[in-house]
Design a binder for this molecule. Structure first.
Ligand code: SF4
Length: 330
């Protein structure tokens, strides 16, 4: 989906930060913090998919929790459907939460093992005391929508009686039940094997078209990003270092970190795979408690300059909705 002047923005994140205090001793009051998310901004349009990518510990899953207000931010604003999410409480927050749902990676942990599919999918309607008429029919309808057909086969099963792909379909059905505007998918297909993953991605694309859904997709899998997302934000040590339309970022990545991530993705064509140069990064990701001064990527960047060790690059517009934080592109 291409953004135009008429595109409706549903989610606006600005200067979002989350610092977790570091517990260094039972009686000590912490003066040090894990800077998990350190001032990020992005927006998401209706019917659009934004992927947040990066290595583990970059802050992408913390961002998902902040958007859903499962944890409170240290600073910044979150506007969803025109309202400041952080100012809402009680009934207003509950009503807004209905519009935001989540799909988890671990379907064993996220689906109650003691409940049958029928009860799992009835729960959202009960939570919101919604009068749906015949609840059994409603649940069967949602199962059909996610490809668990005929529903009668699945209604009485427990999660452990389903395959991994079927469990994830139940997770999607639960997220879809209340017709949300936004679904946050946290590594939702990472645990699935290749063919099941492709089927679940196809299902999500179909549901997005059918229900005008927006997705915030948290993943480390760039093949998933290429197949599903419209926009991508690359995160490193709590910051977004490059953000823009997927086609633009993937065809010509500007930030050295994005280049390294993309160079590590498998290429299906053997001839192209031989031509492709892998960019290997040295060292590990530094600690988010004490991130490097200057550009946070400078300890691993093959193009590091003396300036990079002192100054922090800001995100700069590069046209076509692309922004990048690197002194090579000023
Ligand atoms: Fe590398 Fe310097 Fe660019 Fe950072 S600012 S990514 S260290 S070239």
């Amino acid at each position: 989906m291409k953004r135009t002047d008429e595109t409706e923005t549903i989610l606006e994140i600005s200067g979002l930060k989350k610092y977790f205090p570091l517990r260094e001793g039972f009686f000590s009051r912490s003066s040090r913090f894990v800077r998990a998310v350190d001032g990020i901004s992005f927006s998401l349009a209706r019917k659009e998919t934004m992927a947040l990518v990066g290595e583990s510990g970059c802050g992408k899953s913390t961002t998902a929790k902040l958007v859903l207000r499962l944890i409170e931010p240290t600073a910044g604003t979150i506007r969803f459907l025109g309202r400041n999410v952080l100012e809402l409480g009680g009934k207003e927050l509950l009503a807004l939460r209905r519009e935001m749902q989540i799909i988890f990676q671990d379907t064993f942990a996220s689906l109650n093992p003691r409940k049958r599919v029928r009860e799992i999918l009835s729960q959202p309607f009960r939570n919101y005391r919604m009068d749906t008429g015949n609840l059994e029919e409603k649940v069967a309808e949602i199962l059909e929508l996610v490809g668990l057909s005929p529903p009668a086969i699945f209604l009485d099963r427990h999660p452990h009686e389903l395959s991994g792909g079927q469990r994830q379909r139940v997770g999607i059905a639960r997220a879809l039940a209340l017709h949300p505007t936004l679904i946050v998918a946290d590594e939702a297909v990472s645990a699935l094997d290749v063919s099941v993953k492709a089927q679940i991605l196809d299902l999500m694309k179909r549901l997005q078209r059918q229900f005008d859904l927006s997705f915030l997709f948290i993943t480390h899998d760039l093949a998933v990003v290429r197949s599903l997302a419209d926009q991508v934000a690359v995160m490193y040590l709590g910051l977004i270092v490059e953000r823009g339309p997927v086609r633009r970022v993937f065809s010509n990545p500007l930030h050295p970190y994005t280049q390294a991530l993309l160079s590590a993705t498998p290429v299906p064509n053997p001839r192209l795979a031989r031509q492709k140069k892998r960019m290997l990064l040295k060292g590990d990701v530094p600690s988010p408690v004490d991130p490097p001064k200057g550009c946070r990527f400078h300890t691993r960047c093959p193009f590091v300059m003396s300036r990079c060790r002192e100054e922090e690059p800001e995100l700069k517009e590069k046209g076509d909705g692309l922004v990048v934080a690197c002194f090579l592109h000023e």
